[in-house]
Design a protein around this ligand. Structure first.
Ligand SMILES: [Zn+2]
Length: 183
């Protein structure tokens, strides 16, 4: 979005960018949205053994959720995993709909899901796990994959990525993203 009026004098620092809400750059959005989509699948895949094991150790990104908020018991484990995955799915959908899934907006979106999905979201939060933690897990997971060069190698090989405008201030600003999303 352009701010049309400017009283800045010539030679002042160019600080306006085209980032959504002044912070979400096109590249950060791509990274976070893609990570959310991947997570919603990978959580289910890595959770297949969880019921047998009776815990969510090894479930993708579950290590970012505080241990005392994780489910106990075989049945709880399965619905927790489905809920955790479903929240990432909603995060992805919001990014794709040009909405930013900040904690409040995400909670509102989750509260509007169909009843059967809401059951899963409740199962995720049964031991006190918060929606904020999912957003933190998203940013941490994205940062890790990026820093290990996993993300670029897997998702940034085509013209879609190259065509995304860069923002020197906001691209890869993980701390800012976490603050803005999870608060
Ligand atoms: Zn920017």
């Amino acid at each position: 979005m352009d701010t049309a009026t400017s009283d800045s004098d010539m030679g002042s620092v160019e600080s306006s960018c085209h980032c959504q809400e002044g912070w979400l750059s096109p590249r950060m959005k791509f990274i976070l949205s893609t990570t959310a989509a991947v997570a919603s699948d990978l959580i289910i895949d890595t959770g297949e053994m969880a019921e047998e094991l009776g815990h969510v150790g090894g479930v993708y990104l579950a290590e970012h959720i505080p241990g005392d908020q994780l489910p106990r018991g075989k049945k709880s484990v399965v619905s927790w995993i489905e809920g955790f995955a479903a929240i990432f799915g909603v995060i992805h959908d919001m990014f794709e709909a040009e909405k930013i899934p900040v904690a409040d907006a995400l909670e509102l979106a989750l509260s509007q899901l169909p009843k059967n999905k809401q059951k899963l979201i409740k199962a995720y939060g049964k031991n006190g796990a918060e929606v904020d933690s999912v957003l933190e897990a998203l940013v941490h997971g994205a940062k890790e994959e990026w820093e290990e060069n996993e993300f670029e190698a897997t998702h940034c090989y085509d013209n879609e990525w190259d065509a995304l405008p860069k923002c020197a201030e906001h691209d890869l600003n993980w701390t800012l993203a976490e603050d803005m999303l999870a608060g």
